[in-house]
Design a protein around this ligand. Structure first.
Ligand code: TNX
Length: 772
């Protein structure tokens, strides 16, 4: 009996230590080396934290962490001084003594035994990162803002860690929308929690100048306020003035706050483009002399700083002088992106400058502009960063390039031995959608899921080992045209920024999506305790169809980028829950339905529900022949998009097939001749996106696929409609046996006279053939 009890006790211990292990070593970003042991170190009120005598910086950090643990309901630890002669028991040690030099300035070791926890690093920053990892070994409740119950035990483990990249950045645009000082601090707190070390603060824009400059008061008196803002993606305005700026005192406060968390702030002052707010305040800095208005709509403005005007350079230098006083960062970002040369081409001063300086093009004039600013920054011991457009016309000698229009700018710069920060739109634009746009809040466009961010590899394989050293790291960009509130900033930033934090910190081959998903459970709990409005988009289901090409029918396929959780769905329009039909394999729908699906964990729905309207009619799943090709930019689901059962959604990206300037012509083969009396299809119009209705839609029928008879034609004259609209084009006829349906739609070709961009190629967007 006693033996059996001992055996049970033994098994129980193994189980406990196993669950502690499985639950707790979930540090994100994943450390370089983790050696798991067995047993735990319990935190008790008698536990002491010992730090090197005289290290004020680390003392400060330790104090914050002691408060944090206590606020969450954990034991109140005491702080003492550490000396190497001490016998360490029931203590947590943070020391610069005896640290592993090879781990560099940001690296650390963290050794947990049942008796002590020891963190070593060669700098306070390294110890800070050790502390962050230590916090992640504690239960997630440690992030609670009020006392909650939790078991404060730390699993025995030995960690050696250092970052892969030195530059681990997050960007925030406060030009389009701005946020309170308290939120900027919170943004810094959160990024630092994931060991990011650079905050790129985008402070000036066409739509608002947000930094106080003493020498140019009108920048904030005039340039910080726009009279209205574009409503959503329409060409209407809300009529509500929007403004604000950060005073120099506030900026100093934020810079100091960030420094305590080892976050460097790189300020960005945009030039020569994206500067309409500055030109509104000081029109003489422009080519035309103005007047201007702080921009109310998004996009790219033609009016930029005049490169022929010496006062523009004096202005830039004066502004940068005050900026350098406020920001100790070595790097200063000067923008350089999206500067149309329209004004410079017509400006006598710019043209004279080109002549005087022997510049052959406006591109070279841009390069002259940037080089001149760089000389100024270098003379003050600072370094210039610019968006990849600064490559055009020749790079300034010491410039660092932020590659955003893909990776090529970064590759070119690294090949010229320039430093690079990778921030390509396809992987780093946190303003893009992160789940099905049909169920997401309005975003600028694009699609960037958590998994795609996680898959980012900042070092392009074409670079040699030497050139690759110029890739300093990656950065996530939060552009805020459609992000009005702090809550929305968090929604767009998290959890994607955590995926990018791991891309930057963890070793390349240590990255594993399924493992990351597991570890994220720990992070989601922490974010919830912190009240972060993170997105659950990665836990959304994707509902689509696959075509059974033997039986010519569509089957509904439900999946998700986050694997490992059961999916449940409904087809009767009700909200799915854990009791709804469990999904196991693609299934057939007997009639048109709304399919709604969720993922479930422990009997609870996780993530938000997704839904798709799926139509079932005589054409569904039948083969489509494309007679005139659609655009590869908007293929829908490809050749079978018009009969895939998935109707176009509110987003131009989902469902619709697009034709750029060309006509549409398709034939659907119903395989078995069927009695039909109605055929329809839908087109969309979205003036702002250059999509208009076709001018003519014709439906033709055939029994042999060779000779077709017209069943009806619908003509329209292109009319401007407000916002986005849909129109069903249909014909009805006496019941007829039909095997082939041809639909041909004529594109107007170019945007009509009434369009702002008249004469440019216009699109037609169509979806789904419905045959009844
Ligand atoms: C391009 S990225 C811009 C920004 C916009 C952003 C929207 C860059 C250097 N310029 O001005 O806000 O796209 O995604």
């Amino acid at each position: 009996m006693k033996n059996i009890l001992t055996l049970f006790a033994f098994l129980f211990c193994i189980m406990v230590s196993f669950t502690v292990k499985a639950q707790n070593i979930r540090i994100t970003p994943r450390p370089m080396e983790i050696k798991e042991g067995s047993g735990v170190f319990p935190l008790k009120p008698s536990t002491r934290i010992l730090v090197d005598a005289g290290n004020k910086e680390i003392h400060q950090i330790v104090k914050l962490i002691v408060q944090k643990i206590n606020m969450a309901g954990g034991p109140l630890l005491s702080i003492g001084e550490y000396t190497p002669e001490m016998k360490i028991k029931n203590a947590i040690v943070l020391t610069l003594q005896g640290a592993d030099q090879t781990l560099g300035k940001e690296g650390y070791t963290l050794d947990v035994t049942t008796k002590s926890i020891v963190m070593k690093a060669i700098s306070s920053q390294g110890l800070y990162y050790g502390m962050l990892s230590f916090l992640q070994l504690l239960p997630p409740e440690v992030e609670s803002q009020e006392p909650v119950k939790a078991d404060y035990v730390v699993p025995v483990v030995s960690i050696r860690d250092m970052p892969r990249f030195p530059y681990r950045g997050l960007h925030l645009d406060v030009g389009r929308h701005m946020y309170p000082v308290s939120f900027i601090k919170r943004f810094i707190d959160l990024m630092s929690m994931y060991k990011m070390n650079t905050f790129h603060w985008h402070l000036t824009e066409d739509q608002g100048w947000r930094i106080q400059i003493r020498k140019y008061p009108r920048l904030t008196q005039v340039g910080s306020t726009r009279l209205a803002t574009a409503k959503g993606k329409t060409s209407e305005f809300d009529g509500v003035p929007y403004g604000g700026f950060y005073s120099q005192d506030q900026i100093r406060e934020i810079v100091a706050y960030a420094a305590d968390k080892f976050v460097t702030i790189i300020p960005e002052i945009e030039m020569p483009g994206h500067s309409v707010a500055a030109l509104t305040a000081y029109p003489h800095l422009s080519c035309t002399g103005g007047p201007f208005q702080v921009r109310q709509e998004w996009g790219v403005a033609d009016d930029i700083l005049c490169a022929g005007n010496d006062s523009a350079f004096i202005f830039v230098q004066d502004v940068l002088t005050e900026v350098m006083e406020l920001f100790p960062s070595t790097y200063i970002h000067i923008g350089g992106d999206e500067a149309p040369k329209t004004r410079w081409e017509e400006c006598p001063k710019c043209q004279k400058r080109m002549q005087d300086e022997g510049l052959k093009s406006e591109m070279e004039l841009q390069s002259y502009f940037i080089k001149r600013v760089e000389r100024f920054l270098s003379s003050k011991g600072r370094r210039l960063i610019g968006w990849d457009e600064i490559l055009e016309g020749g790079l300034a000698p010491e410039a660092t390039v932020m590659s955003w229009r893909g990776m090529q700018g970064g590759i070119d710069a690294a090949m010229q031995n320039h430093d690079v920060i990778m921030t390509p739109t396809d992987y780093c634009y946190l303003d893009y959608y992160q789940a099905d746009p049909a169920t997401e809040p309005l975003a600028i466009g694009g699609m960037l899921t958590l998994k795609t961010v996680y898959s980012f590899e900042p070092t392009p394989p074409v670079l040699t080992a030497e050139q690759a050293k110029h890739i300093l790291g990656a950065q996530g960009n939060v552009w805020t045209e459609y992000i009005k509130t702090p809550e929305m900033v968090e929604y767009m930033t998290y959890p994607r920024a955590i995926a990018l934090a791991e891309v930057n910190w963890s070793q390349k081959d240590a990255r594993n999506w399924d493992d990351f998903v597991q570890r994220m459970e720990n992070q989601y709990k922490r974010l919830s305790y912190l009240g972060v409005n993170y997105s659950k988009g990665s836990m959304q289901t994707d509902i689509t169809t696959v075509r059974d090409s033997i039986q010519h029918r569509n089957l509904v396929l439900i999946s998700s980028e986050t694997k490992g959780y059961p999916i449940h769905y409904t087809i009767d329009g009700t909200e799915p829950n854990a009791l709804s039909i469990p999904y196991s394999a693609p299934f057939e729908l007997k009639s048109s339905s709304i399919v709604k699906a969720v993922m479930v964990k422990d009997g609870e729905v996780i993530g938000q529900s997704n839904e798709r309207n799926i139509t079932v009619n005589q054409a569904s799943g039948k083969p489509v022949k494309i007679l005139k090709p659609y655009s590869f930019k908007y293929p829908g689901t490809g050749d079978q998009a018009m009969t895939d059962g998935l109707t176009g959604t509110a987003s131009l990206k989902t469902g619709w097939q697009g034709y750029e300037g060309t006509d549409m012509e398709i034939v659907v083969d119903l395989i078995t001749p069927s009695d039909l009396h109605k055929i329809s299809t839908t087109f969309i119009q979205s003036i702002g996106s250059w999509v208009i209705y076709p001018v003519e839609v014709e439906f033709l029928l055939s029994s042999d696929g060779v000779s077709f008879q017209s069943a009806g034609k619908i003509e329209t004259a292109p009319q401007p409609t407000k916002g986005k609209a849909e129109r069903e084009f249909s014909i009805e006829f006496p019941s007829t046996k039909v095997r082939y349906i041809k639909i041909s739609a004529k594109n107007n070709g170019v945007l009509p006279e009434w369009h702002e961009y008249k004469g440019e190629k216009c699109w037609i967007f169509c979806d789904e053939v419905i045959a009844e």
